[in-house]
Design a protein around this ligand. Sequence first.
Ligand SMILES: NC(=O)c1ccc[n+]([C@@H]2O[C@H](COP(=O)([O-])OP(=O)(O)OC[C@H]3O[C@@H](n4cnc5c(N)ncnc54)[C@H](OP(=O)(O)O)[C@@H]3O)[C@@H](O)[C@H]2O)c1
Length: 416
Amino acid sequence: MVGLGMIFDETYRPFFERAQEEGIYRKSFGPTSIELGGIVTRTGHRAARYLANRPKTDIPCDSFVGEHGLSELLQQTDINVVCVATPDDRHFDVSIQAIRSGKHVLIEKPSVLTLVQLDQLQAAAEKHQVLVKVVYHKLLDPDHKKLRTHVANGILQHVNNGYCSLLEPKSISGSQFAEWITGRNPSTYVAVHYIKLIDFTFHTDWQLHRITATGQRGLVDSPTGPTWDSNQIQVIYRYPDGREAAFDIHTSWVNPDNFPGYVDQEVQFRFDNGIWNAHQRKRGVEIAVEHQSPNPIKYTPNHHYNGSFIEPWGDASQRGYGIEVIERFFEEVAFVEFGGKTEERRSRLEKMQKLDYNDIRTDRNTVAIVQAVEAVLEEAVQNRPGSTVFVNHSKGGLVLFSPGISEPRVLYAGQV
Ligand SMILES: NC(=O)c1ccc[n+]([C@@H]2O[C@H](COP(=O)([O-])OP(=O)(O)OC[C@H]3O[C@@H](n4cnc5c(N)ncnc54)[C@H](OP(=O)(O)O)[C@@H]3O)[C@@H](O)[C@H]2O)c1
């Protein structure tokens, strides 16, 4: 496990703790043990806290720290899988090193920040014959699964446009991410959930066509600096008959900490024959407890994502789609490694690589949009707001057009 921050604590930790206790099982690969054998962090502080507080176990777990930590971890021959939950702009270096050591790799979203990096991960995965997958857990949210089911069954037809928003509280930008937030933006961090949802759910014979973005600065850092408070991005796809579909995605990490929707989330999609609106605060539970709300007991908790429960049969459990998505990845690895004869491993690997909800091969549009958004925001920082990136243009795969500059800039030469 590389990175032991917020997402480790919410999803990986409960997965590993249960899997170490119970293992995982499917008929196709049989009972399989999972052990968290090593952890790598920048400073070792959160790692030490985790090791001191984890449930009592005989399973050894070594802590590696600093710039050589990962190489030291990778020298352990009994590691099969590396999970990468470092800050967004530090996924690539860790992932490529792990793949080159022959490990299966699971990367937190967004996988990487440029298509060139994605090409390198794909080539390395091919060379070393391993799975390289990305966590987009909102695809497993029951409401989003139902949306996709309606689309797949032809109930909701031909999406035309949509609006999604995900607003994080100030505590995220002000303290949780203070170490790495300089020069970063909330789109790369959270809009990717909806970029992926749109690309995966509505995937058809349409083509990604162009991307633009803007935003606001001045709260997290300087009003003219490279660190963004909020972003609004627009992504446009084009159908073969020339009709277009446009999606506006708004994100922020400066919402009031005491807002009832701690992470406020909403999607609206409009089709030729229907409409789908889903709002986190309207689908679930509202609770307020004196001296305990909004923290640690949130006013509008999302128990679909993650919840601690006492099961009707008395066991304590922690479950939800945030954890399920990690378990599913480990099942895919177990299927590749233990799901049949050694000489048929390659065909099992190819079968798992074809799963387009999480494989890096199918992350191209998402990474293209992330790269485009970051380039457009960088133009705005240079006092050139209003740029647009065109996809698979005659001049290249990602081409940036900026107002007042006659020559477009090619961000990625190959086809997206
Ligand atoms: N799926 C989701 O909805 C979701 C939600 C939140 C985050 N995420 C993703 O998860 C990733 C991590 O986010 P987070 O919220 O967990 O971040 P975080 O709380 O800031 O924690 C980052 C962790 O990475 C470690 N780290 C930083 N640089 C490192 C390096 N170069 N090598 C090894 N370890 C390093 C830090 O070490 P120290 O402990 O020593 O500081 C810390 O343990 C991001 O990609 C984010 O987008 C996903």
